[in-house]
Design a binder for this molecule. Structure first.
Ligand SMILES: C[S@@+](CC[C@H](N)C(=O)[O-])C[C@H]1O[C@@H](n2cnc3c(N)ncnc32)[C@H](O)[C@@H]1O
Length: 196
C-alpha cells in the first residue's frame, strides 16, 4: 500500500527506516502529519511501542501576507512557507489531519500506535522514551522550543533523528544533540545531557 503524502524523500525514508530498525523502545515521534514518516518507522520497530504527537493544525494556525504564509501556535510565530506550497500541500488537509492520520494508520494495520493531539511543547510530558523522531525542527525557533521540552519526555542520551535540517540550522541543532550521521535533510544522533 502506498504511503500517504508528506515531506520525506525516498533516500530519507531509507535512512529513517535504518534508524528505526536499531532504535530502542519506547519510540516517540513529534509531527506525523498524515503518517508518512510514522509508517516508515513503525514497520521497522522491533518492539511495538510508539507514541506520536500531532498538533492537528487548523486555519487558525496560519496567516497569509502577500505570497507568504506564516505558521503560529497562539501568538508564537514558528515559520513560513510560500503560498504555492501552502495551497498545494497544506490547506487541503487543514482540520482533517487528525482523522486522516488515524485512517492511514488503520489502513496500514498500525492501530497499536498511540496518538496524542496537541502542542508538544506545552503538553504534559509522557516520560521514558529511548528513541525520538522530530519533524518540528525547521528553523532555530522550532529547534529551541522543541529541545527545551524534549528532555522531560526522554531518557538521558536518547537516540534522536530530526528532519528538515538546513545547513544554517545544523549549528543550532548541535547545541542539543551529538550529530552522528546525515542523509539529505535528515540528521541522526544522540540527545546531549547538557546544552552546549
Ligand atoms: C513537516 S510536517 C511532518 C511531515 C511528516 N513527518 C511526513 O513524514 O510527511 C510537520 C508536522 O508537525 C506538526 N507540528 C508542528 N508543530 C507541532 C507541535 N508544536 N506539536 C505537535 N505537532 C506539531 C504539524 O502539524 C505537522 O503535522
Amino acid at each position: 500500500m502506498d504511503l500517504p503524502s508528506g515531506w520525506i524523500s525516498s533516500n530519507e525514508q531509507r535512512a529513517l527506516a535504518d534508524f528505526a530498525r536499531q532504535a530502542e523502545s519506547p519510540f516517540l515521534e513529534v509531527g506525523p502529519w498524515l503518517g508518512r514518516s510514522t509508517i516508515v518507522i513503525a514497520r521497522e520497530l522491533e518492539v511495538q511501542n510508539m507514541l506520536t504527537v500531532e498538533l492537528n493544525p487548523t486555519s487558525r494556525n496560519f496567516s497569509v501576507s502577500d505570497e507568504t504564509v506564516h505558521f503560529h501556535i497562539g501568538d508564537e510565530w514558528l515559520g513560513s512557507c510560500s503560498l504555492r506550497e501552502f495551497d498545494a500541500n497544506i490547506r487541503p488537509h487543514l482540520g482533517l489531519v487528525w482523522n486522516e492520520l488515524v485512517q492511514n494508520l488503520t489502513n496500514h494495520d498500525l492501530q497499536w500506535i498511540r496518538v496524542l493531539q496537541g502542542d508538544f511543547a506545552t503538553l504534559r510530558p509522557r516520560t521514558g522514551h529511548k528513541a525520538v523522531y522530530l519533524d518540528v525542527t525547521h528553523n532555530s525557533i522550532e529547534i529551541k522550543r522543541t529541545f527545551k521540552a524534549l528532555p522531560a519526555w526522554c531518557v538521558a542520551g536518547a537516540q534522536v533523528a530530526c528532519h528538515d535540517i538546513s545547513d544554517e540550522a545544523l549549528p543550532v541543532l548541535e547545541q542539543y544533540m551529538e550529530v552522528l550521521s546525515r542523509c539529505e535533510r535528515l540528521v541522526v544522533g544522540r540527545l546531549l545531557t547538557t546544552t552546549k
